[in-house]
Design a protein around this ligand. Structure first.
Ligand code: GLC
Length: 541
């Protein structure tokens, strides 16, 4: 049992949550795919790291067309990952280490292999089975044109035609049909799914594409508005961030509130000023801060985002939720090695790859960890970031598995580069991930970053995270106060309620370290100076 059990119904407010992408974390049965057996075996590592909770990416039965975000059975585990009993054992064993487990809820769409969708296809046009999804006749004389101009997030149109002539909606891959959230059975089913997992002791849910769900009743064309999600469009978009979403969230919240200490965190790529709507007291507990994740290495940008997010969350009684990397974006150790303003997802395919300064990315990633873990609120750590893993940006296109690669017509390489199996050992067919080669090849540089290599190295990134999580508990979680300190345009600095400070030098030259006792630094400190691309934590006395 670790000594850092976080108790109380508000445990999530400043929790450090570790994200496990099961396929790539640890392979217990040697088939090249990560699984629950591997996850169970690595629980002591996570307890030693000092996290409060784990978010598990989808582990449900699935054809894995979109890495499991295509769920065929929400109450069962895919056999490649294990069984429902294995999942229960994982939740229980994590609990024994004082670690809570959050699971992924994927409510916007099912897999096309889900029983409901199979029944809908078989039942044909006009059937009640089709009403649980969005089936429509097409436009044009023979219905040969899709019902609207909507496009899929992954590329191409968002409608697929069935052999019987009707079209169905899929905002993601064509094997991910969108559910119709106007249908009472859809609502009832998801409330039942929530209870299923809550009754098994999970601490809550990370909710996938929380800003989708509701669709315009007449499937109005997007026209010249932006199809993509994010901060670009205005209210009233036909499928993103619609107001009809909120009653659905409230119904889930009522279910969670029947239990005493559970939480929901929203993946909502919405405009910053719309995010608080999701965080009202009877809606989500938290929502990821994607502005923070998207910021350039720029003190002013980060400072503005931190002030805006902390105030906005506080105003609705929530707390900010910081994240630097996840299974959908280029790992930050690589992002921060690219010139400011680079579209890192496009850079994977188009380069130029010589723009990457990997050393700089590594330094900045370490500094960013101290920045994130010193902020008020909760922080999500994506598996491998505690090892300082860079993106596997040079994966050859013949190993790519992400549907983004095919759906975009090979215009986007996709997200496989951040989903490469974790290196646990310096040697072996998949560097200790399992006894066989992993489902994606690991870059050469991963061997030197293996967990076993870093474990006993005081200067390693793994030990930086371990120290940071320990010190954070003592100095940075007492309250949620934050005051920004002006140390010049290139320096991001703030003080927490109890006087502990974090100073990040985002400029090009060393700066003098303000007075205080050094608690931790992301780089060696010379002569009282904080080098460029480094962060330091200071206590008042
Ligand atoms: C979310 C997930 C992503 C998935 C998509 C569709 O954005 O994080 O991995 O592809 O939803 O479910």
């Amino acid at each position: 049992m670790s000594d850092h059990t976080t108790t109380g119904t508000d445990w999530w407010r400043n929790a450090v949550v570790y994200q496990i992408y099961p396929r790539s974390f640890a392979d217990g049965n040697g088939d090249g795919t990560g699984d629950i057996a591997g996850m169970r075996a690595r629980l002591p590592y996570l307890a030693e790291l000092g996290i409060d909770a784990i978010w598990v990416n989808p582990w449900y039965r699935s054809p894995l067309n979109d890495g499991g975000y295509d769920v065929a059975d929400y109450r069962n585990i895919d056999e490649r990952f294990g069984s429902i009993d294995d999942a229960q054992a994982f939740v229980d064993e994590a609990g024994g280490h004082g670690i809570r487990v959050i699971v992924d809820l994927v409510p916007n769409h099912t897999s096309s292999e889900h029983a409901w969708f199979q029944a809908a296809l078989a039942a044909g046009p006009g059937s009640p089975e089709r009403e649980r999804y969005h089936f429509l006749p097409g436009r044009g004389d023979d219905g040969e044109l899709p019902p609207s101009d909507w496009t899929s997030v992954f590329g191409g149109r968002a409608w697929e035609r069935c052999p019987d002539g009707e079209w169905y909606l899929h905002l993601f891959d064509s094997t991910q049909p969108d559910l119709n959230w106007e249908h009472p059975e859809v609502r009832a089913e998801f409330e039942s799914i929530l209870r299923f997992w809550l009754d098994r002791g999970v601490a809550g849910f990370r909710v996938d594409v929380a800003h989708a769900l509701a669709k315009h009743p007449d499937y109005e064309d997007v026209g010249d508005r932006d199809q993509r999600d994010g901060p670009r469009w205005t209210e009233g978009h036909p499928f993103w961030d619609r107001d009809e979403i909120h009653p659905i969230i409230r119904s889930w919240r009522r279910v969670l509130d029947e239990y005493d200490d559970r939480m929901m965190v929203a993946e909502a790529w919405v405009r910053a000023d719309r995010r608080p709507l999701y965080l009202r007291p009877d809606e989500y507990h938290q929502a990821f801060d994607f502005e923070f994740l998207s910021a350039d290495w720029d003190a002013e940008q980060f400072g503005g985002i931190i002030e805006q997010s902390t105030t906005a969350a506080r105003d609705v009684g929530s707390n900010p939720t910081w994240v630097l990397s996840n299974h959908d974006v280029v790992r930050h150790a690589t992002r921060y090695g690219l010139p400011g303003g680079t579209d890192s997802a496009a850079w994977l395919l188009d380069g130029p790859h010589h723009l990457l300064d990997a050393e700089q990315g590594h330094r900045r990633a370490r500094a960013a960890a101290l920045l994130t873990l010193a902020l008020p609120g909760s922080a999500y750590v994506y598996q491998g970031e505690e090892l300082g893993l860079p993106e596997a940006w040079d994966l050859s296109t013949d190993v790519l598995d992400d549907p983004v690669w095919t759906d975009s017509g090979h215009r986007r390489k996709g997200r496989d580069g951040c989903r490469v199996p974790i290196p646990w050992e310096a040697t072996g067919p998949s560097l200790g991930f399992g006894d066989a080669e992993g489902w994606l090849p690991q870059p050469v540089g991963y061997a030197a970053l293996a967990a076993a290599v870093q474990h006993d190295d005081d200067g390693s990134t793994l030990n930086l995270y371990r120290s940071a999580l320990r010190i954070r508990r003592e100095h940075f979680t007492a309250d949620f106060d934050i005051t920004m300190i002006d140390l010049g345009a290139d320096v991001l600095a703030f003080e927490r309620g109890n006087g502990a400070r974090c100073v990040v030098n985002m400029g090009a030259v060393p700066i003098a370290i303000p007075e205080g006792v050094v608690l931790l630094a992301s780089a060696p400190l010379d002569d009282g100076e904080l080098p460029a691309d480094a962060a330091v934590w200071l206590a008042a006395h």
